[in-house]
Design a protein around this ligand. Structure first.
Ligand code: ADP
Length: 429
């Protein structure tokens, strides 16, 4: 029990005893008891009134009293000051947070579940043309009227970002959920970055185009010289020149293909691609290229997808060429297609040299090769899988790679269900 409360009870008992003694002496016990109780009650009522007055308008100074009320005032006073300090500290933190987010170079907009703006920083004012306080509580899709943005807002795909054009600027947006059905929309101006990427791409495309003619001329002259020169001393270097010019031509061709694929404006042809037919063609070409060095198989489950025949043929051909390159003689290579609930899968499996796990995530980078010497020796340019990746991106498809060093590799292109047209029969070779 609280010491003050105990003291209060002791005081009350003492008061009772005094009244009892006085009562016994005077013979007015009940009257004295009534007066004592009334006085005690009045004291409590007075203190309650003081407390209510203070609670209505809390001030720094507490009313003063004695006994139990002194303890109550003391406790309340302590609580009041502790809360004031905590509130002050919280306010400082909130202010500091708001100041730092205001100064953030990344445009940030807080949205509620109806996409209404709750708060935004200075960078967002500039990037999205927002105005404080005019746009607070306005729906953001009424202010940024771009269909791609509206679709992104409806989908609220927090795993993906959106690049779109707004007010002649290229913006990259992402959305992050927080609190209770609230969202933080962040945006960056990537106009300059895009311009640099375009310049870099144009440079590579132009340089490759410019180099194509002189190299074709050199290749032509080397061929003529090879036919006309008899000296064995010159024949060997001429052959080396011829090999290197072919290599350069292959690299240029691949660079030009990549540059074309990278230009996002090049529309993807939407035609019906019969996967069975496509695999049959790739398989026939592979038989010619392989010249009987491997056991080539085909297992095609027929399906049709919407896409670009030429690009898809190029992608699968690149995978087959790699399988031929990186599979020792007499190894097995299977070109396959299959259909399941996830969509259509087209791929190539080989029993070749395989790839160490640490290389797998980097294989689609330009010029990334596990063994550059071996790749060059086999006529590789280091661009094949980068081309495959670009083609698949344009078809909303992904490349799945599984490999065990020394046992073989699987390269599978996964096409989403919406690209699929229909399924018929199976073709096996
Ligand atoms: P390259 O022209 O060098 O073959 P790619 O981009 O096609 O270039 O492939 C990149 C690298 O991935 C290759 O150099 C090779 O190391 C590895 N690779 C690709 N396909 C296979 C495969 N089927 N088996 C083993 N390694 C492979």
């Amino acid at each position: 029990m609280n010491a003050r409360l105990r003291k209060e009870i002791v005081n009350l008992v003492a008061m009772g005893l005094v009244i009892a003694v006085l009562g016994a002496l005077t013979g007015f016990t009940s009257e004295l008891l009534l007066i004592g109780m009334a006085g005690y009650l009045a004291w409590h009522l007075y203190n309650l009134a003081q407390l209510l007055k203070w609670l209505n308008k809390p001030k720094k100074v507490m009313p003063e009293s004695v006994g139990i009320w002194d303890e109550i005032y003391y406790q309340l006073n302590d609580l009041y000051h502790r809360q004031r300090r905590a509130r002050k500290k919280l306010k400082t933190i909130v202010n500091r947070f708001q100041n730092s987010t205001q100064a953030l170079p990344i445009a940030t907009v807080a949205l509620n579940k109806n996409n209404e703006i709750e708060w935004f920083n200075r960078a967002a004012e500039k990037l999205f043309n927002l105005q404080h306080p005019r746009d607070i509580n306005n729906r953001i899709n009424n202010l940024i009227r771009v269909p791609a943005f509206t679709a992104y807002l409806v989908k609220k795909d927090t795993t993906d970002s959106l690049d779109f054009e707004f007010n002649n600027r290229q913006l990259a947006l992402s959305i992050t959920p927080y609190g209770h059905k609230q969202y933080l929309l962040t945006g960056r101006d990537i106009t300059l970055q895009r311009q640099l990427e375009d310049m870099q791409r144009d440079f590579i495309a132009n340089a490759s185009h410019e180099l194509r003619t002189p190299i074709t001329v050199i290749a032509g002259f080397v061929e003529v010289l090879q036919e006309q020169v008899d000296s064995s001393k010159i024949k060997a270097p001429l052959e080396k020149i011829q090999q290197q010019t072919v290599r350069m031509q292959q690299i240029l061709e691949d660079l030009i293909i990549l540059a074309r694929l990278e230009v996002a404006q090049t529309p993807l042809l939407h035609e019906r691609v019969d996967i069975g037919e496509l695999l049959q063609l790739v398989y026939s070409d592979a038989l010619v290229l392989d010249r009987g060095r491997h056991q080539l198989n085909m297992s095609a489950q027929s399906a049709s997808i919407i896409g670009n025949w030429v690009e898809l043929q190029m992608a699968v051909s690149n995978l087959v060429t790699n399988a031929i390159r990186y599979t020792p003689e007499n190894g097995d290579i299977t070109v396959f297609s299959s259909v399941d609930d996830d969509g259509v899968h087209i791929g190539v499996e080989d029993s070749g040299i395989g790839i160490m796990p640490e290389h797998i995530s980097r294989l689609t980078e330009r010029f990334y090769r596990v063994d550059p010497g071996r790749s060059r020796e086999q006529g590789g340019t280091g661009l094949g899988l980068a081309i495959v990746k670009h083609i698949l991106d344009r078809h909303d498809a992904s490349l799945h790679i599984r490999s065990v060093p020394g046992e073989g590799s699987l390269f599978r292109c996964d096409f989403e269900e919406f690209r699929q047209q229909m399924e018929t029969s199976n073709v096996v070779a």
